[in-house]
Design a binder for this molecule. Structure first.
Ligand SMILES: Nc1ncnc2c1ncn2[C@@H]1O[C@H](COP(=O)(O)OP(=O)(O)O)[C@@H](O)[C@H]1O
Ligand SMILES: [Mg+2]
Length: 344
């Protein structure tokens, strides 16, 4: 018996495009334990959605090349699963929700019917049972007057209510893993918090594992047990929530943390964004992909991509500063905590 539900090893995904090969995901490794929440965080274009979609086989077959890697779900490698085999996984074992609830809902079908279809696709239950279960699920995700609202169409719901419906559909068959790709990005802040709370509450009830993808560190703090930081298609740092926020080792993570608005921050203090922009993943140079933006860049960084170095069993980063020959760097993050990239 293992307590790991999903284990992604050395995933490499590229796209064939008119501008050449886009190397969207390179050597990605992570795993998710039963009942835990892993957050993948990074700037737009860092390969978060491609990672999630490759798990679910949602990438365009024609142009996608999965060059290497394994995606072990409950010990089974999903990489070479046929469409038919994936259908036994999608929705029932693993569910996915996206940023825009409208893309997951059918605008011409009543809400109740959409939830019911999800239920009946995977479970041999009667129409009457499905109807009762639908109402139950809609109530569970906080749709008021669920019985009447089942007859409404998606456009009659607010954005937040629509995302609740999408979560209801995603959780209808008790999946063991929920992949949520920027699930609250399109919602305003108050509704965002409500949806995140809902996901946590449902996770507590069902024990579902969650992979949440976000560019927002606020969402990470709210949800994650562990965090993986992605940059230009690679995971550059991974650790527990605590390790990432208080003991970060990668200069990119430091930059992300510095750009995060502080809770009690004086609004007149400007945010510190990471200057520059991520490299073009269709034209990568040798060396560390963050070298061009890194305030601590060394000569070696331009020539060799650093290997993953473990700081603790749960905490690793890919940075030359962790090499024992590197100079010691002190960095203050999180409002005064002193961080040492290198500890002896
Ligand atoms: N179907 C596709 N064809 C070509 N390039 C793609 C495709 N999907 C994503 N990409 C590229 O892959 C990179 C990673 O994208 P994505 O995973 O969507 O980033 P994000 O971290 O914002 O979710 C980007 O450079 C994006 O343009
Ligand atoms: Mg994305």
């Amino acid at each position: 018996m293992t307590d790991t539900i999903l284990s992604v090893e050395n995933l490499n995904v590229s796209f064939q495009t008119n501008n050449g090969l886009v190397r969207a995901v390179r050597g990605v490794n992570f795993d998710i334990k039963k009942g835990e929440t892993l957050a993948i965080v990074g700037e737009s274009g860092s390969g978060k959605s491609v990672t999630a979609k490759s798990i679910m086989h949602l990438l365009p077959k024609k142009t996608t090349q999965i060059e290497d890697g394994t995606i072990l779900y409950e010990g089974e490698n999903l990489i070479n699963y046929s469409r038919k085999e994936m259908e036994t996984i999608q929705g029932k074992e693993i569910s996915m929700i996206f940023q825009d609830p409208m893309t997951s809902l059918n605008p011409t079908m009543k809400i109740g019917k959409q939830v019911m279809e999800g239920l009946r696709k995977h479970q041999a239950i009667s129409k009457k049972e499905a109807l009762e279960k639908t109402q139950e699920i809609l109530e569970m995700v906080g749709i008021p007057n669920a019985k009447e609202r089942m007859n409404a169409y998606p456009h009659e719901f607010s954005g937040g209510m629509r995302q609740r419906v999408v979560i209801a559909i995603a959780l209808a068959c008790n999946p063991k893993l929920l992949i949520a790709d920027e699930p609250t990005t399109a919602l305003d802040v108050t509704i965002q918090a409500q949806i995140l709370d809902l996901m946590k509450e449902l996770q507590k009830k069902t024990g579902t594992s969650i992979l949440i993808i976000t560019h927002d560190l606020g969402v990470v703090v709210n949800m994650a047990d562990r965090v993986a930081v992605m940059y230009a298609g690679e995971i550059v740092e991974t650790g527990t929530l605590r390790e990432l926020f208080y003991e970060a080792k990668h200069p990119y993570t430091w930059g992300l943390l510095e750009s995060m608005p502080k809770m009690h921050q004086d609004r007149s203090v400007p945010l510190v964004p990471i200057s520059g922009s991520p490299p073009d993943v269709s034209n990568l140079h040798e060396g560390c992909p963050f070298a061009a933006r890194c305030p601590y860049v060394m000569k070696v960084c331009h020539h060799h991509n650093p290997e993953r170095t473990y700081v603790t069993d749960s905490h690793a980063a890919s940075c030359w500063l962790l090499d024992e020959r590197a100079p010691r760097v002190k960095h203050s993050i999180g409002g005064g905590t002193t961080n040492e990239a290198k500890t002896r």
